[in-house]
Design a protein around this ligand. Structure first.
Ligand code: ADP
Ligand code: MG
Length: 254
């Protein structure tokens, strides 16, 4: 397989929850080392699309392949940071414990080996959270906690990193830092970030998929008229290339 082959292919994908369509007839490719932002309004189907790519949900029709194989068979290639990791923060676990969970697939039934701790340390260092390794996760800021969960995903050495709304509860400074780190990770990994916040379209993002039951794929990191015309009903404040770039008004109710 050459580097130009898509790593993820989605063809005519549809999915509904109990007959209620969440995604209709979606097709797109994700190239290797892509940095894709998936944006769209709340309830637009972003998390559903992520779960389908991860093989956590099965399509009603159409198909998804990862390097030509089914998502379930390729689950080991993914590092996943679910939405809302900042909700159950009172769970009394340390940063190290959380990151070690990322090694579960490698460990299987054996206990924790030195190699697992080493890998956990490396990913904590990469995300700048190694200094807090013995703190409980509730004693971190939202931005730090998010980075711990990214470290957990990295501990498994994934080829593709998927983050579902990683910046939802992170302040602006934390967001900038997080995008910078994701930009660095993108040097070696395919990165897919879900957001309903168009601020995600920083200079690091290479392409944008707008999801609102249907999907529009843009091979560049700019907001276009099409994105707006497709009924992208969000108040938008776009920061591209580190600059406030274009500000759109609310487009009325759906
Ligand atoms: P987003 O992540 O873009 O906010 P979701 O993928 O979570 O959107 O949801 C898409 C649609 O599917 C929404 O209408 C949501 O209410 C519905 N939905 C999501 N999860 C479930 C579920 N487990 N059962 C039933 N409906 C769901
Ligand atoms: Mg979601």
């Amino acid at each position: 397989m050459t580097n130009n082959d898509p790593i993820i292919q989605v063809r005519d994908l549809s999915f509904s929850y109990s007959g209620e369509p969440a995604l209709s007839n979606i097709s797109f490719d994700i190239a290797e080392k892509e940095f894709l932002a998936i944006i769209g309004p709340n309830g637009g189907g972003k998390s559903t699309l992520v779960k389908l790519m991860l093989g956590l949900l099965e399509p009603d029709s159409g198909r998804i392949t990862i390097h030509g194989r089914s998502p379930r068979k390729m689950a080991h290639l993914f590092g996943y940071v679910p939405q809302d990791v900042n909700i159950n923060i009172h769970f009394p676990v340390s940063v190290m414990d959380v990151v070690l969970m990322g090694r579960l697939r490698h460990r299987g039934r054996r206990g924790i080996h030195r190699e697992d701790r080493q890998k956990a340390m490396e990913s904590m260092q990469m995300m700048g959270v190694a200094g807090f390794k013995n703190r409980t996760i509730k004693d971190l800021s939202a931005g730090q906690r998010e980075r711990v969960f990214i470290a957990r995903a990295l501990a498994a050495d994934p080829e593709i990193l998927i983050l579902d709304e990683p910046t939802a509860s992170v302040d602006t400074g934390g967001k900038t830092e997080l995008y910078h780190l994701l930009g660095k990770l993108n040097e070696t990994k395919t990165v897919i970030v879900v957001s309903h916040d168009l601020m995600i379209i920083s200079s690091y993002v290479k392409s944008v998929a707008c999801v609102n039951r249907s999907l529009h794929y843009h091979h560049h990191n700019e907001i276009t008229e099409t994105m707006i015309e497709m009924g992208y009903q969000c108040p938008v404040e776009l920061i591209a290339h580190g600059q406030p770039h274009r500000i759109l008004k609310t487009h009325g109710d759906r």
